[in-house]
Design a protein around this ligand. Structure first.
Ligand code: NVA
Length: 304
């Protein structure tokens, strides 16, 4: 990658994203370069995590490094101490930062003040590590991106923002169904649309889940209430009531379509009870591929 950090899919060129996915596939099946030998990374998590935390801890060890985990209460990023002070202190001890934050701005401040790589482990704006793993999963199940159409049903949030940008960058079609008030932020949507236009791929929005899944090879959803949105939970559940992914909606997608979800999944809300265990679900492949995608990011950033 050109930059020292991995903060957003929107910061990367299309070729860089394609190369990360190829590298992730190679790392999944091949040797693991010891690019983190002798290095220690700080994992800063302002929000809970299962997949991201464990896959980073495992990946860092696989690549020869070690890590220190710091929870919200340990640091108080921006409350107990300004993010810039945290960055300048960690700069004296550790060789990289992996951070899950409420505000994307905190990541930018960390990256400005820390000499070595900062990796976004989820912010309010993007979840780029998820997108790299997801492209790997999509390529494993569906082959060449040019022929793939992804339908997003649900919230215009961090996960869908990164996925829209990633799909547009590699030439996969992306059709999004959200309620009008829950569309992606305009800068993210506009950038994804520009990338799709360059690749002559589809980038569309509709309010109708049935319309979105027509002809789709992949149907993807995420929680209606992201971490940080808890105060709006009731309002959101009402707004998204017609946006559940269930077997009947999957039946309207292309034959052979797969179901994806970044998890945690809330049965009875964004998915029906049976969706995780449906024969079309590839959610555990997705979870596994977080590891390989992130390892590719770390090899790229630390491998020189
Ligand atoms: N959109 C969700 C993703 C969780 C991995 C959230 O931000 O809580």
């Amino acid at each position: 990658m050109r930059g020292k950090d991995f903060l957003a899919i929107g910061d990367l060129e299309s070729e860089e994203i394609g190369m990360l996915v190829e590298r992730a596939a190679a790392l999944k099946h091949g040797e693991r370069p010891q690019v983190l030998a002798g290095k220690v990374l700080a994992l800063i998590f302002e929000k809970p995590s299962l997949r991201t935390r464990v896959s980073f801890e495992v990946g860092i060890r696989q690549l020869g490094g070690q890590c220190v985990y710091l929870s919200k209460d340990d640091i108080g990023l921006g409350t107990r101490e300004p993010a810039e002070d945290v960055a300048r202190v960690l700069d004296r001890w550790v060789d990289g930062i992996v951070a899950r934050v409420f505000s994307h701005r905190s990541l930018e401040i960390l990256a400005e003040r820390f000499r070595a790589p900062v990796i976004n482990a989820l912010s309010d704006l993007e979840h780029p590590c998820q997108a790299v793993g997801d492209l790997l999963t999509i390529s494993e199940h569906k082959g060449a991106f040019d022929d793939v159409r992804v339908a997003w049903v649900g919230d215009g949030n961090n996960v869908s923002g990164s996925l829209a940008l990633a799909c547009a960058s590699v030439g996969a079609g992306f059709v999004m169904a959200t309620p009008e008030g829950y569309r992606l932020p305009s800068p993210v949507w506009d950038e994804a649309s520009r990338r799709a236009a360059r690749n002559e791929s589809v980038m569309e929005w509709t309010a109708s889940p049935s319309e979105a899944v027509q002809g789709a090879d992949v149907v993807y959803t995420d929680t209606w209430v992201s971490m940080g949105d808890e105060a709006e939970a009731d309002e959101r559940k009402a707004a998204f009531a017609e946006y559940q992914v269930n077997a009947a909606l999957m039946d309207k997608a292309k034959a052979g379509a797969v179901f994806m979800h970044d998890m945690p999944a809330y049965r009875g809300n964004e998915i029906s009870e049976g969706m995780i265990d449906d024969a079309r679900s590839v959610v555990f492949d997705q979870a596994e591929n977080r590891l390989h995608g992130q390892n590719a990011v770390m090899v790229d950033l630390f491998g020189g």
